[in-house]
Design a protein around this ligand. Sequence first.
Ligand code: PEP
Ligand code: MG
Length: 571
Amino acid sequence: MNIKGIAASDGISIAKVYKLESIALHVTNDLVTDANSELEKLKSAMEVSSQELGKIREITLVNLDEEHAMIFDAHIQIVNDPEIADQVKDMIERENHNAAYAFQTVTETFATIFESMDNDYMRERAADVRDVARRVISHILNVPISDPTLIDQEVIVVADDLTPSDTAQLNKKFVKGFITNVGGRTSHSAIMARSLEIPAIVGTKNVLDIVKNDDVMILDGLAGIAIVNPTDAEITLYQEKHEKFLAKKALFQKFKNEKSITLDHHIVELAANIGSPDDMAKVLDNGAEGIGLYRTEFLYMNNDNFPTEDEQYIAYKMVLEDMPKHKVVIRTLDIGGDKELKYLEMDHEMNPFLGHRALRLCLTNVPLFKTQLRALLRASVHGNLHIMFPMVATLDELRDAKAILKECEKELTAEKKAFSTTYKVGIMVEIPAVAILADQFAKEVDFFSIGTNDLIQYSFAADRMNQKVSYLYQPYNPSLLRLIKMVIEASHDAGIWTGMCGEMAGDQIAAPILLGLGLDEFSMSASSILQTRELFSKISYNDMKELANKAISLGTNQEVIDLVQQTLKGE
Ligand code: PEP
Ligand code: MG
């Protein structure tokens, strides 16, 4: 059986299916006659839960650190809490309640008490109690809940959707790819799959309903096709395709230490997008000439609380020190849209991508913003730091953000804490209003970086996460190319550079046009860099200028694709 979706991350994997579902647990209030059997179920569910949590603790210690592992010590304590256990047993023995109902009732009472406390730490414990209750109850009911941390054999994860934090928690050693019902090429789980270099397919609509746990699956992230329970012949065919893919990748290695230069000696920069200092090894391995986008929100998302100024300083310093010769663009917090923080309550919004997100949220939460800016400024002494603000819509917002940055400089000066005076400040151009007014913005920043993931969704009014409108997600559409041209020209007129950190920068059809439009820096998933460098080495800048001019005079996305393919064939 073949399943078709959107190819989200290159590569081919063959492994067993692991369904990641959130299963509803049905707890009834039925009374029981055999209390002893319920007590037995309770005892065994508590034992299994404790063992599982111990295992998760070990895995977390290996994958993350002691601090994260300690969360599971707290969970084990909750499972074995004598007060909870006594009350549950009481309800079973004296009132003949079933074990699941008794456990749910008692733990819910505890969680509600924690929730009403006047202390952030205690309030957060409510979620821990509920998490533990769900695990124990699932064992009482004998309904397995999926737990990606426990994966200990090679699998392909199948899910309705994966949030960026789900993706971050996947055990990279065993997860050989993933495939989801929803999502688009620029949803953040897809972007993360590319930086983890695991194949992925998104937007299949129904893969989760079609497959069963332990089905064998071929995941072809190049074509966006998955094959369930393939024949031997199909397995052989895809193993060969996988070998070819690896061989092609190996060929690109010779470009690792080369410049990014065209046949007629036009030089550009190919930089990498990262989500964490952990990505740096892959970045260096792929010959990146800088970091064009460090999405700092993952530092916040992989934490149980806002990262402190020192924690942030250490992360930023690590990245800057790993890139001593090149620029490092670090973007300030960009949460909202599909990126949430489990510890920050955000209002439910009708249109989160158009809502109170990113810089908007930081400007109304100045202490939060200042913690990050102070950490960035302190880190600036360790390299060539470029601070970048996301989701700027107006000059007023930019000026407000810069004013807060200046306040942070003053604070640090008063505290005698060092920072560099040569760091740079830029903005993401991802809202059409900014692209149109780029000449004005160019007077007040040191650089632009075009965020096409959002710029496309805002230009075509098409949600980047919604596969039903993914046909409107048109990176090659001349209307978008004209916007990009305006931004690049405005920046050059003002003597500043323009980069692109949206996924379009690493797209092999778009890159030649962007080169012709004069883009200075292309920032992409590390795995796309060498391929793009190889492509540029075979084409001429002058020809690409001509190609770009032709492209912007066309009418449709497809016409531009045809033009590029035609032109590259002749190169
Ligand atoms: C973009 O919008 O193009 C971008 C790079 O930012 P993000 O994908 O994190 O929204
Ligand atoms: Mg964006």
